[in-house]
Write a protein that binds this ligand. Structure first.
Ligand code: SME
Length: 164
């Protein structure tokens, strides 16, 4: 087990996600608490890749409202309605949304003016209910692709496969 989060910015993405899933598995072994999982997963992703903002918006009113959860980075907005912004769109449509240019996304909610691109991944629990979304913002344009989508969906599978 590595004592610190590795810098994976120059590691091929598929390999980087492999290493993060391995670390997540070890770090969360024996735990099932969703907030502990969100905090640990945010820290791993944020520091390994040097993102601008990495964190979770939790479903606090099903099909209606998301509220900020554990995150790393600059201040995030607190509440997001389903259907609003990238997070609300991913939550309402229950699918991963990759935004290469946030300025071109209608309704994008700008929490940090430096954000250029974004990815939002839905997080499901063991019953198939939407628990949260994982939101990552980058100051690099077009930072996220299908490899990130697959890697992040693999990381958030912890919430689906962990019974609580
Ligand atoms: N950009 C997001 C809002 C959340 S923050 O960027 C942390 C959105 O459009 O949903």
């Amino acid at each position: 087990m590595e004592p610190v989060i590795p810098d994976l910015r120059r590691t091929p993405k598929a390999e980087a996600y492999n290493r993060l899933v391995e670390m997540q598995t070890v770090l969360l072994a024996g735990h099932s608490d969703a907030l502990a999982g969100m905090a640990t997963t945010s820290a791993l992703l944020h520091h390994a890749f040097g993102h601008l903002w990495t964190g979770f918006y939790r479903v606090v009113e099903p099909d209606t409202l998301l509220r900020v959860g554990p995150y790393q980075g600059s201040l995030g907005c607190l509440d997001i309605a389903f259907g609003r912004g990238v997070c609300g769109t991913a939550a309402a449509e229950r699918r991963t949304v990759v935004v290469p240019d946030v300025h071109a996304f209608p309704g994008h909610i700008a929490c940090d003016g430096r954000s250029q691109s974004e990815i939002v991944v839905p997080v499901f629990d063991a019953d198939g209910a939407l628990l949260a979304v994982l939101d990552i913002d980058s100051d690099q344009p077009a930072r996220f692709d299908d490899v990130d989508a697959a890697g992040l969906e693999w990381l958030v599978d912890w919430f689906r496969t962990t019974r609580r």
